[in-house]
Ligand binder design. Sequence first.
Ligand SMILES: [Zn+2]
Length: 67
Amino acid sequence: MASTEKTKRSLAKQCPQCSQALPEGERPSSYPFCCERCQLIDLGQWLDGGYGIPGEPCGDIDPGDEA
Ligand SMILES: [Zn+2]
C-alpha cells in the first residue's frame, strides 16, 4: 500500500506581523513571528496599545518581614 496521499492540512502558518509564510517544520526563536524584528514590532504595539505600563518602579521591595 502506497500512502501517497498525505493528509496535509493547509496550516497556513504565517507571521502575524508581516503575514510572511513561516518555514515549515522550523520554529525560530521568534516563533510565531518570522523574525525577531516582527516580534519586537508586535511587542511594541502590544505595549503601546491598550496596556498602560505604570511608570512607578517598584524597586523598594522588602525582603519580607517574618511575623
Ligand atoms: Zn514577520
